[in-house]
Design a protein around this ligand. Structure first.
Ligand code: HEM
Length: 485
């Protein structure tokens, strides 16, 4: 079936939704504030943004453009239109104490200490520049000259592509497979097996999501400036500003590489090999990317059968003996929809499919894994031994609240994930006490026989240095935003 027949407008989507730009090893993210509205509008209206359409050859350089809610306002987007976006996007990542606490952005992660992303250093626009090797410098210079009349640059985030993240682990292995062909039945709420295939609407606005519904986004009067927009699938009388767009979450995460390995060697009694084993337990994969979990006996929908590194669930490891329950990859994507052992049939089914039993939060979280997937597009920054190193974490999702914030707050920062206590993500935790005063700095490694091995008082390894939420518009929507209001 052609893309047109299934109504997927790849030529109106920004390419990042479909491509990781793996051959574009050079990248720099420019964070901008609008200084002259008209000049900014003129530049955005003509910006050479790369689409998701298939090309014979990759273009040597790629530009992607995203705007924060503050950026939309600075551009002159009417309040009524901005208010049609999700509340998390409108509020922003920083500035709301409840959100900051939930995301773990307290203590040394607090926005007050960020390099960018808070108050006057909240970016209006993010330009994501990707280039084939050797092509970035000249092109970036040209872009910076072009934007000078309308914007000031508040941060340049040079990023590189590597197969390993700074701690040394293979990265970029697991990603959801997007249902580009729109074959997945809508409202498949009883699906209980882990699937890697995700409805387009989980990542692209204007298409049905895993609930068979359309995520809220601004639907406009289709006349005037909005006339150039596609119509909403579920409401054809309205122009869809969100269609072919997505929300982009950007966080600068500094990694203390030496501190990480020193601490783990220390926990292993000075034995470097033992320290490496502990680090692998924390990640949930070996340094080379092999999963600690056992290969699944049944094929996983949406998984490339040749992709051995992702052919697993945690179904055969309910107690976390192979892969600790609190390991980073198990928290970030608990995979199998099975509940912890001992949950009887009907109750289990109700919790899995309907989300009953608010008290059994941990079980419910595990049950609903397919509603909380993230399309990760992050890149590393810095060199070991030469200043700051870390990850420019980027993810795309159609619902910041249900996807990024849920994963970050409930699964990664959550001290009670999967029935654990006193722990948060062993890589990412801020080690601050929970609201009830309990610790969050432990990590337990279940043993085949006897009690779990428990590491206490883990130091902080990852510190948030900046962050913001953006809207990554469709190409037509970007032109309309440059003209609206
Ligand atoms: C410096 C910070 C981080 C480091 C060092 C890190 C490291 C890793 C590594 C080594 C993997 C395994 C490779 C793979 O499966 O692709 C992984 C997977 C993953 N991470 Fe992170 N990560 C970081 C931050 C985050 C954050 C902030 C989130 C989300 C809020 C996140 C979500 C995920 C997800 C969803 C997976 C895939 C899990 C799966 O599907 O099995 N990570 N990460």
């Amino acid at each position: 079936m052609s893309d047109a027949a299934i109504n997927v407008e790849l030529d109106d989507m920004q390419g990042l939704l479909r491509f990781g730009y793996g051959r574009h090893a050079e990248a720099c993210f420019l964070l901008l504030r609008i200084t002259d509205r008209d000049a900014a509008r003129r530049w955005l209206a003509a910006a050479p943004v790369a689409s998701a359409a298939t090309l014979a050859e990759p273009p040597p350089v790629v530009l992607q453009v995203a705007l924060s809610s503050a950026g939309l306002r600075a551009l002159g987007t009417p309040d009524a239109v901005v208010g049609g976006f999700s509340v998390e996007f409108v509020d922003g990542m920083s500035g709301n104490p409840s959100r900051e606490r939930r995301l773990g952005d307290i203590g040394s992660n607090a926005p007050g200490g960020w390099d960018w992303g808070s108050q006057a250093r909240l970016p209006h626009v993010a330009l994501l520049l990707y280039a084939l090797p050797g092509a970035l410098a000249d092109w970036q210079r040209g872009i910076e000259e072009g934007i000078a009349a309308g914007f000031e640059i508040i941060a340049r985030l040079p990023s590189h592509l590597s197969d390993t993240e700074p701690f040394g682990f293979a990265d970029g292995i697991s990603q959801p497979a997007l249902d580009w062909q729109r074959t997945r039945p809508a409202r498949d709420v009883e699906l209980q097996d882990y699937t890697n295939l995700a409805c387009l609407g989980e990542f692209v606005l204007g298409y049905p999501n895993e609930y068979g519904a359309y995520t809220d986004r601004p639907l406009l009067d289709p006349h005037g400036a909005a006339a150039g927009l596609p119509r909403a699938e579920e409401a054809p009388a309205r122009a869809d500003l969100g269609r072919n767009g997505s929300y982009l979450v950007l966080r600068q995460l500094r990694q203390d590489v030496d501190g990480f390995w020193q601490a783990l060697t220390h926990f292993a009694g000075g034995d470097a090999a033992g320290g490496r084993q502990l680090a692998e337990a924390m990640v949930g994969r070996r340094v080379n990317g092999e999963p600690l979990a056992a290969v699944s006996r049944t094929p996983i929908e949406g998984n490339d059968p040749a992709d051995a590194l992702n052919a697993f669930t945690y179904r055969d490891d309910p107690y976390g003996v192979r892969c600790p329950l609190g390991a980073h990859v198990r928290r970030a994507n608990p995979r199998n929809a099975d509940l912890p052992p001992g949950t009887p049939g009907l109750v289990s089914w109700a919790m899995r499919t309907l989300g009953f039993d608010a008290d059994a939060l941990a079980q419910d979280l595990v049950a609903s894994t397919r509603f909380h997937r993230l399309l990760r597009r992050g890149r590393e920054y810095g060199e070991h031994g030469a200043g700051e190193q870390g990850l420019h974490f980027v993810c795309l999702n159609a619902s910041i609240g249900r996807q990024f914030e849920f994963v970050q707050a409930a699964w990664i920062a959550g001290a009670h994930f999967d029935g654990l206590s006193g722990e948060s993500d062993p890589l990412l935790g801020n080690r601050e006490a929970a609201r009830d005063g309990s610790a969050t700095d432990a990590f337990s490694i279940p043993q085949p026989l006897g009690p779990a091995r428990r590491l206490d008082m883990l130091p902080q390894f990852v510190t948030v240095r900046g962050g913001a939420y953006f809207f990554l518009p469709g190409l037509r929507a970007l032109r309309v935003l440059a003209a609206l209001g």
